[in-house]
Design a protein around this ligand. Structure first.
Ligand code: IPM
Ligand code: MN
Length: 369
């Protein structure tokens, strides 16, 4: 078998970002030779430290270079010495937008019931994916101030929802719902739905009762595109109710599609029910371009350099990256190793309480492959 080679851009970023990315790469490098892969890493020094030293956030030249890679592995962005918004908007959001990573894919999967804060929920109850629109909504920066700083000031922040942007997101979600279990019916379907030929469920999470323009467009597009996917059962929940069901009945979800802001909020809750930020990973995806994979927790400044942060979320981001690159067997091997370590070794998924250090957890997963 011939060796397959991939060029990966790596941004360790701020806080504990570099520490967790190091463990992700340790695990990727343990898996690569077993699956005839060669991963070539190019490191980029981007983040709060560089900004404080040089004033540079994300130089255009770096962004141009990033475009040349199929994938970016990102640690974390966010620095206590930098005003909130500068790095988030200048690095994370700019990359998402300029590289047209229009999907933010966030799996919510419980690996061990010991780590679930919900009573009586088991791994089979918490296994869904959120497809968050990643280029539009409230995140575009549309809006502005009038009379800023005066008693009459007005702040407007507009949600942008284009038919094209919504459709491409919905289409991605439908396609994912179709292929997620290799066509095997999702366990939440009723027997009569399976008999009708349904294999998956796609839930649109919105707010059609109040946001009657934005989610009217979403809902119409959802129904119209759904005609191309007769095997996918369509479902709708308001965002507020969605948070309620995440806690009460997470087993009701298979694939969820939603806008940028709602997706941001519900995936933090999703991360908690799967065991916390220590394990939650996501992918910023441009199916035709450069995608970026990241642990979804922040830079955790107070744990920086202490070798106590959980690297599993970054390791899972690496796993998602391989999966996206088409290396599904290598990705599955990493996931199996993570599950083994979570179930057999770790005392907790929280920083400092795992029973092992950051580097030891990386070693455990790498050795389990
Ligand atoms: C996330 C983060 C970002 C977001 C912030 C850091 C801009 O919360 O990736 O979910 O809001 O998208
Ligand atoms: Mn968030």
């Amino acid at each position: 078998m011939s060796l397959k080679s991939y060029n990966i851009a790596v941004i360790g970023g701020d806080g504990t970002g570099p520490e967790v990315v190091r463990e992700a790469i340790k695990v990727l490098d343990a898996a690569a030779p077993k699956f005839n892969l060669k991963l070539n890493y190019t490191y980029y020094d981007i983040g709060g430290e560089r900004y404080l030293k040089t004033g540079e956030v994300l130089p255009d030249s770096v962004l141009a270079e990033l475009r040349q890679f199929p994938a970016i592995l990102l640690g974390a962005i966010g620095h206590p010495g930098v005003k909130p918004g500068i790095l988030e908007k200048g690095i994370l959001l700019r990359t998402r937008f300029e590289l047209e990573q229009y999907i933010n894919l966030r799996p919510v999967k419980l690996y061990d019931e010991r780590f679930c804060p919900l009573k009586d929920k088991k791994p089979e109850d918490i296994d869904f994916v959120v497809v968050r629109e990643n280029n539009e909504g409230l995140y575009t920066g549309a809006g502005g101030f009038v009379f800023k700083g005066t008693p009459n000031e007005i702040a407007v922040q507009e949600s942008i929802n284009t038919r094209r942007g919504v459709e491409r997101c919905l289409r991605f979600a439908y396609e994912l719902a179709m292929k997620r279990r290799g066509g095997q019916p999702w366990r939440g379907l009723k027997p009569e739905e399976v008999k009708e030929g349904k294999t998956a469920q796609l839930t649109l999470c919105g707010k059609t009762n109040v946001l009657t323009y934005a989610f009217d467009l979403w809902e119409r597009a959802f129904i119209e595109l759904g005609k191309d996917y007769p095997k996918v059962k369509r479902d709708y929940t308001h965002v507020d109710a969605t948070t309620m069901w995440f806690v009460k009945n997470p087993e009701w979800f298979d694939v969820i599609v939603t806008d940028n802001m709602f997706g941001d909020i519900i995936t933090d809750l999703g991360a908690m029910i799967q065991g916390g930020m220590g394990i939650a990973a996501g992918g910023n995806i441009n199916p035709q371009g450069t995608s970026m994979f990241e642990p979804i927790g922040g830079s955790a400044p107070k744990y920086t350099g202490m070798n106590v942060i959980n690297p599993l979320a970054a390791i899972c981001a690496g796993q998602m990256m391989l999966d996206f690159l088409g290396e599904t067997k290598a990705a599955a091997a990493i996931e199996a190793a993570v599950i083994k370590v979570v179930r057999e070794k770790l005392k907790s998924l929280a920083a400092g309480r795992m029973g092992y250090s950051t580097t030891e957890v990386g070693d455990l997963v790498a050795n389990a492959i």
